[in-house]
Design a binder for this molecule. Structure first.
Ligand SMILES: *[C@@H]1O[C@H](CO)[C@@H](O)[C@H](O)[C@H]1NC(C)=O
Ligand SMILES: *[C@@H]1O[C@H](CO)[C@@H](O)[C@H](O)[C@H]1NC(C)=O
Ligand SMILES: *[C@@H]1O[C@H](CO)[C@@H](O)[C@H](O)[C@H]1NC(C)=O
Ligand SMILES: *[C@@H]1O[C@H](CO)[C@@H](O)[C@H](O)[C@H]1NC(C)=O
Ligand SMILES: *[C@@H]1O[C@H](CO)[C@@H](O)[C@H](O)[C@H]1NC(C)=O
Ligand SMILES: *[C@@H]1O[C@H](CO)[C@@H](O)[C@H](O)[C@H]1NC(C)=O
Ligand SMILES: *[C@@H]1O[C@H](CO)[C@@H](O)[C@H](O)[C@H]1NC(C)=O
Ligand SMILES: *[C@@H]1O[C@H](CO)[C@@H](O)[C@H](O)[C@H]1NC(C)=O
Length: 540
């Protein structure tokens, strides 16, 4: 697909020799917009027969999809709109030719782009220092991509050139491959040797192109991994130095497989390529560049308040570590390294004050009496009168931005249904269905019963009644004055078991004792039998 917006159907490929025949007219170029044939805009003649050239704007495909690269694309690399044209030559449309991106007026044929159709293992391709991560990424004609192997450097060998150019749809050389070295092949004699880099003093870092950039004055050991019993490897270099210390490592655990080249106090003239060639003639190389690179000193940077850091320096390869005090969250990278580009690998992080999710109480039963949603602070709750809490009344904001406990809930306090005393009844119940706090009930006792205890009780905040229910005690009424006699004792009320003694007035007597036993007050509040009557003496 050549154009995202407009394409021309009638491009002519056969008549490039350009035999210009004015007399032969071209057919309508059949403009399509996004793949659909469109009618020419009003104002443009629909008759193309009189035209010898059609100009249009076209959008060339973007060299890289925005999300296909490691970092954000800069706007200049986006698919840009250009002016293109086709020409009527000998009755056929030729082209298109497009103006250069900068609009310098020269029309040139569009040459084909290249597409990255596969990723080979351990190979990293990049375009303008940005790593290509998406398949089918388009690279425009005359653009160059660079190839290197995955880090650590020296563990894979790149077979082929590290720069590949797109020339009218074809790469100038095949995309190279990364071959595993002895570290991955059980020290096979047929693999290129692994080269490990050690920097016991000073600093170094790998740049975008896979080159090792070393700070001047560093000490560097390049270790070529090869089994000693297979023979001695050989170190060669392109730097200007005459000699380097080379030889098998001395330590017992390394002397049979590490053939070392040491560079003490690296200087500018140590820049070059270092190659280890095995006794089999198979080699692997590392490119080294000495550069006095400094990143911006951390203290001179605009750091977020509260941010603490620990830095050994701001030279190439040096790392600064950050942290935030308790109650703050570190947002960003906790460590940054000074890159060969002279930039820190990331901007310094920020310390964000820890806050817990805001609490909005929309329940009238729950009342917030204290609230601060920052780290270490509390939200304290209570329940409205008549409600009781389930959960913690005080919750704390923790370092991970969460509350220590859930927000409590309030439930209505209810008292159990009141116990109605035996032989008694309720005369008033202010909330017969739900005995909420403050509900009052009043009791009464049935006739022939006397109340012992409080006649009313109230539901308290503890969910219990303020008083235990009263007791209805049976009682017998004063039976009245017997004719011609008196009763002893004389009371308004008599308790169960109380006996009445009757004395007759002078001249009167009670019937025979068998017929006139004293009445007893029974448990149901009645007398065992009626009062006996005093009868005149004369009648006995
Ligand atoms: C053409 O297609 C592109 C991408 O799909 C879209 O953004 C644009 O709006 C389309 N233009 C028209 C005129 O339909
Ligand atoms: C790449 O393009 C090929 C051919 O156009 C297509 O089959 C394939 O699905 C594409 N792959 C991706 C990842 O877009
Ligand atoms: C190819 O690119 C180089 C620079 O990258 C430029 O000097 C040269 O003119 C370009 N050639 C063409 C044919 O565009
Ligand atoms: C590695 O090579 C040694 C001999 O060179 C052999 O004894 C050993 O089995 C090999 N290990 C593997 C995992 O191939
Ligand atoms: C490494 O090996 C390749 C292929 O055998 C050879 O072309 C190249 O010259 C060697 N490089 C060095 C620095 O010896
Ligand atoms: C540096 O920070 C990254 C996350 O940003 C982490 O994965 C890595 O372990 C840290 N390295 C060191 C040495 O602390
Ligand atoms: C919460 O506590 C922090 C730390 O003590 C204080 O700075 C902030 O002003 C408090 N916020 C409120 C709303 O009281
Ligand atoms: C609730 O119970 C507590 C302890 O059990 C007691 O101290 C308090 O007086 C009671 N309150 C009421 C209103 O009964």
């Amino acid at each position: 697909m050549w154009y995202a917006v407009i394409s021309v159907l009638a491009a002519c490929a056969l008549c490039v020799d350009g035999q210009l025949q004015e007399s032969v007219k071209c057919p309508s170029p059949g403009l399509t917009l996004n793949g659909t044939v469109v009618a020419p805009r009003s104002g443009i003649s629909a008759d193309f027969s009189a035209l010898s050239e059609v100009k249009f704007s076209a959008r060339l495909p973007s060299p890289l999809p925005k999300n296909g690269v490691a970092s954000m694309a800069s706007s200049s690399e986006d698919g840009s709109s250009r002016i293109c044209k086709i020409k009527c030559v000998a009755g056929q449309w030729v082209g298109p030719l497009c103006q250069e991106g900068n609009g310098d007026g020269r029309f040139q044929p569009i040459l084909k782009s290249c597409v990255i159709e596969e990723f080979s293992p351990n190979l990293i391709l990049s375009f303008k220092n940005r790593i290509i991560t998406e398949l089918n990424t388009t690279i425009l004609h005359n653009d160059t991509i660079s190839a290197r192997c995955q880090e650590p450097i020296g563990t894979y060998k790149l077979s082929g050139p590290s720069m590949i150019n797109c020339n009218n749809g074809i790469w100038t050389s095949p995309i190279p491959k990364c071959h595993p070295t002895t570290l991955f092949t059980n020290y096979s004699e047929n693999s290129p040797p692994t080269i490990l880099v050690r920097v016991p003093s000073g600093s170094a870092a790998v740049d975008h192109g896979g080159e090792l950039v070393v700070f001047p004055g560093s000490i560097l050991h390049l270790e070529c991994l090869y089994l000693r019993r297979h023979g001695d490897p050989e170190w060669t270099w392109t730097s200007e130095a005459d000699t380097y210390l080379t030889g098998w490592a001395i330590g017992n655990d390394e002397r049979n497989w590490k053939y070392r080249l040491s560079i003490y106090y690296v200087k500018n003239f140590d820049t070059g390529t270092y190659t280890c060639t095995t006794s089999r003639g198979i080699n692997n190389s590392i490119s080294l560049r000495v550069s006095d690179i400094h990143c911006k000193p951390i203290p001179s940077m605009d750091l977020s308040p509260h941010l603490n850091y620990r830095a050994s320096g701001h030279r190439l390869g040096q790392t600064t570590y950050f942290n935030c005090p308790p109650g703050f969250l570190l947002k960003g990278s906790a460590n940054i390294t000074c890159l060969p580009s002279g930039e820190w690998s990331n901007s310094p992080p920020k310390c964000i004050m820890v806050k817990c999710p805001a609490i909005n109480v929309d329940d009238s039963r729950l009342i917030m009496v204290e609230y601060n949603d920052t780290y270490g602070k509390r939200a304290v709750f209570k329940c409205a009168w008549g409600f009781q809490m389930s959960g913690e009344n005080s919750i704390q904001c923790l370092a991970d931005s969460t509350w220590s406990h859930q927000i409590p809930t309030c439930t209505e306090i209810l008292c159990p249904p009141p116990v109605v005393p035996l032989n008694g009844f309720l005369i008033e119940d202010s909330a017969p269905e739900r005995h909420v706090v403050g509900s009052v009930v009043q009791f009464s006792c049935g006739v022939k019963h006397q109340m012992i205890g409080k006649p009313s009780t109230m539901c308290t905040e503890n969910g219990t009644w303020s008083h235990s229910p009263p007791y209805c005690k049976a009682r017998c009424e004063y039976p009245g004055e017997p004719p011609n006699g008196r009763i002893i004792p004389l009371k308004f009320w008599y308790g169960p078991g109380d006996k009445l003694k009757i004395t007759c007035l002078a001249g009167y007597v009670l019937p025979l004792p068998t017929e006139a036993s004293p009445p007893v007050c029974l448990n149901d509040g009645t007398w065992s039998h009626p009062l006996p009557e005093c009868i005149p003496y004369t009648n006995v």
